[in-house]
Ligand binder design. Structure first.
Ligand SMILES: [Zn+2]
Length: 107
């Protein structure tokens, strides 16, 4: 389960003081101080805060899904290569570096 070190890491990451934690939890600053100790088991509220911090937000999940989908969809590069009227592959003016073999997808 979560440890004192996890709590220290969280408060450092969020830049929160005992005073802020007291405001959030409704405890007194002294109680926060007393309950958070390397020699004690973390109180439930502290464990809950660590737990919540480690949940992926829905925005993160959506972003991740979009990234995965983008990886799977071949992107049309900046390319204006074409097949001329005689059926020959021609490079456009865009400086496209895609190999000829990989072009048929979009031209
Ligand atoms: Zn091209």
């Amino acid at each position: 389960m979560y440890t004192y070190d996890d709590w220290k890491a969280l408060t450092a990451k969020l830049s929160i003081t005992n005073k802020i934690v007291a405001e959030i939890t409704g405890l007194s600053e002294q109680t926060v101080k007393n309950q958070i100790s390397p020699s004690k088991k973390l109180p439930t509220w502290a464990r809950s805060m660590i737990y919540m911090d480690r949940q992926e937000s829905i925005q993160d999940l959506i972003k991740e899904a979009k990234n995965v989908l983008n990886d799977e969809i071949p992107q049309k590069p900046n390319c204006d290569c074409y097949i001329d009227h005689q059926g020959f592959f021609r490079r456009g003016k865009s400086g496209c570096k895609i190999s000829k073999e990989n072009h048929p997808i979009w031209i």
